[in-house]
Design a protein around this ligand. Structure first.
Ligand SMILES: Nc1nc2c(ncn2[C@@H]2O[C@H](COP(=O)(O)OP(=O)(O)OP(=O)(O)O)[C@@H](O)[C@H]2O)c(=O)[nH]1
Ligand SMILES: [Mg+2]
Ligand SMILES: [Zn+2]
Length: 296
């Protein structure tokens, strides 16, 4: 059986790129996957039976390095969290939710602030932005309109598999078109002309980059929950708490009401941004509430 990678999923079909020939085969998934509750994802390495009549079958999904449900994709090296300065307005709480979500999946986050042409000084308009520049994750500022920062970002993405994630309309597809104009991905202007609704991109697809590597363009979304996160593990997803956590008096410190908490001290001393800590507490309370309602 030939081997390949799923590069697109659309209307019940999986498009598998064969390793050897690079040819793309249109496949269905075998019924056994449904029984075993496995649903193949874009990015999956698979075995497939090319079949007859141009329709193949995915027969086996190989073990994944990592996987995300939102957006649905597997085996990625990093996630580019795309946020626009304006239209839609920058949201620090949404960015923190995305960071937790990506960290939980053990994928490296990269932050990208787009549409910088729409603000004279993004950091003045949204003072929280400064905290993300200093957080320790790679950070980019770009504009698809002026090409600002595109070259730098393109270099950074080369040779890796990167998933683009962010709300609808922040400019994910526009950014990809700026990176490789030959892609001609559909963006909102084009979809308006075609009279389409809210989400311009409607499926997940792995797109090869000119200098190697892939990017996954995805439909935008903003609803994320904290499924699978325990109150005690949330702290691990806040990179800026890391240097202080070991100094908390209690080993299982939630940095909430405990005395002698080094994280709370670091917030007070200005080493951790206030808003980051506030979001942590909001998320923690939400997780605790859920747990309480589930009856522990
Ligand atoms: N001013 C400005 N507008 C931009 C920029 N990038 C994208 N836009 C506009 O923002 C709108 C949305 O862009 P898209 O690229 O379709 O956004 P998307 O994130 O792919 O949206 P979905 O596919 O719905 O998730 C379009 O009208 C773009 O022209 C930019 O750098 N500057
Ligand atoms: Mg899009
Ligand atoms: Zn603490």
């Amino acid at each position: 059986m030939p081997k390949g990678q799923i590069i697109k999923a659309l209307s019940g079909y999986y498009y598998v790129q064969e390793d050897e020939t690079k040819r793309v085969w249109q496949c269905r998934a075998r019924g056994v996957f449904k029984k075993r509750k496995i649903s193949p994802l874009v990015g999956d390495y698979v075995q497939f039976d090319p079949g007859q009549n141009e329709e193949g079958t995915v027969t086996e999904v190989h073990a994944r390095k990592n996987e995300l449900n939102r957006p649905p994709v597997a085996n990625v090296d990093q996630a580019l969290l795309v946020f626009s300065v304006n239209e839609p307005a920058f949201s620090a709480i949404l960015l923190d939710k995305f960071l937790v979500h990506i960290e939980q999946a053990r994928i490296t986050p990269v932050i990208c602030l787009t549409k910088v042409d729409l603000a004279d000084h993004p950091e003045h308009q949204y003072p929280e932005i400064k905290a993300y520049q200093d957080l320790g994750y790679p950070f980019f500022m770009t504009s698809a309109t002026t090409q600002n920062g595109i070259e730098h970002l393109t270099e950074y993405l080369s040779g890796k598999t990167t998933v683009f994630a962010g709300q609808s309309g922040v400019g994910k597809s526009s950014l990809l078109n700026a990176i490789d104009p030959q892609l001609e991905l559909e963006t909102r202007e084009i979809s308006n002309r075609l009279g389409r609704g809210k989400h311009t991109t409607r499926h997940v697809e792995l797109i090869p980059l000119p200098k190697g590597g892939f990017v996954a363009d995805t439909p935008g979304f903003s609803q994320l929950d904290f499924t699978g996160i325990e109150p005690e593990t949330l702290t691990e997803y806040f990179i800026d708490f890391e240097p202080y956590r070991p100094q908390c008096k209690f080993r299982e410190c939630l940095h909430q009401k405990e005395p002698k908490c080094a994280v709370k001290q670091a917030v007070e001393d200005g080493h951790i941004a206030q808003h980051r800590y506030q979001h942590y507490i909001q998320f923690l309370e939400k997780i605790q509430d859920e747990k309480y309602r589930r009856g522990f």
